[in-house]
Design a protein around this ligand. Structure first.
Ligand SMILES: Nc1ncnc2c1ncn2[C@@H]1O[C@H](COP(=O)(O)OP(=O)(O)OP(=O)(O)O)[C@@H](O)[C@H]1O
Length: 231
């Protein structure tokens, strides 16, 4: 279980978030600049909260009272940023293997599985600087999963895609979630995407979880159980 209870001062407001998550697919919604990316970066260890605690399956990633801070590389958290952040001078294959310290027969199998599932086998030797937006996002997703994360964070993963590719990627992401059995946290601005992917939903406004979430979200997600709204 992921447990988060943190505060972080940002220039215009304070990010204050508290929730717990098992292995569900959590969607984080909210207006631009409300703190969604900062929340993901706190979980990944790229930003240090001011106070609070983040723990995963009993392991403390961060605690202000215990003065604990686990470095990002030691958290086993996959993080796909808005920019994908691939190395353009490296091939698709080398990008995907980048975070793996030592190849094993298991990691080779995983690589083959990801290439197949994400339909990027034919791109293995291509430089990532020469890929389309959708191809880059598939490669970034493969790279994030290749490290066998215990938790996957995706920041607006499909924002730059056309609607057809976007639908295809949403289906693939859902499949990945069902296969991997770990919590996925996805930030999106797209209510349709939220509804298609999400099992739980959290709405943030100016750093705070809104309680209750805005009416448009409750209406839009009406056929999802009300208790799935985290606030
Ligand atoms: N490194 C930083 N230093 C100072 N301020 C920052 C930093 N990162 C983010 N902020 C500010 O914190 C606030 C929240 O930013 P954040 O990127 O978390 O929002 P967001 O909800 O992800 O926005 P968007 O939906 O536009 O991506 C914004 O006002 C932003 O300008």
């Amino acid at each position: 279980m992921l447990e988060i209870d943190i505060e972080k001062a940002l220039p215009d407001f304070r990010l204050q978030v508290s929730f717990a998550l098992e292995t569900e697919f959590l969607i984080v919604l909210g207006p631009s600049g409300c703190g969604k990316t900062t929340l993901l970066r706190c979980v990944a260890g790229l930003v240090r909260p001011d106070v609070g605690r983040i723990a995963y399956n009993g392991r403390t990633f961060y605690s202000s009272t215990e003065k604990t801070f686990i470095a990002p590389r030691d958290r086993r958290v996959g993080y796909m940023s808005q920019e994908c952040a691939l190395f353009p001078h490296m091939s698709v294959k080398n990008n995907i293997w980048y975070g793996v310290a030592r190849p094993t027969s298991r990691s080779k199998e995983l690589y083959e599985q990801l290439m197949r599932l994400l339909k990027i086998e034919h791109l293995a030797q291509r430089y990532t600087g020469r890929l389309s937006g959708g191809e880059k996002q598939r490669v970034a997703l493969a790279r994030a999963l290749m490290t066998e994360p215990q938790l996957l964070l995706l920041d607006e993963p499909f924002s730059s895609l056309d609607s057809e590719t976007r639908l295809e990627m949403q289906a693939q992401l859902k499949l990945m979630h069902s296969i991997w059995g770990i919590p996925f946290i996805v930030v999106t601005h797209d209510p349709y995407e939220a509804k298609v992917l999400g099992e739980k939903f959290m709405f943030i406004n100016k750093g705070c979880q809104t309680d209750p979430p805005p009416l448009w979200i409750r209406t839009y997600l009406a056929d999802n159980n009300e208790t799935c709204l985290l606030a």
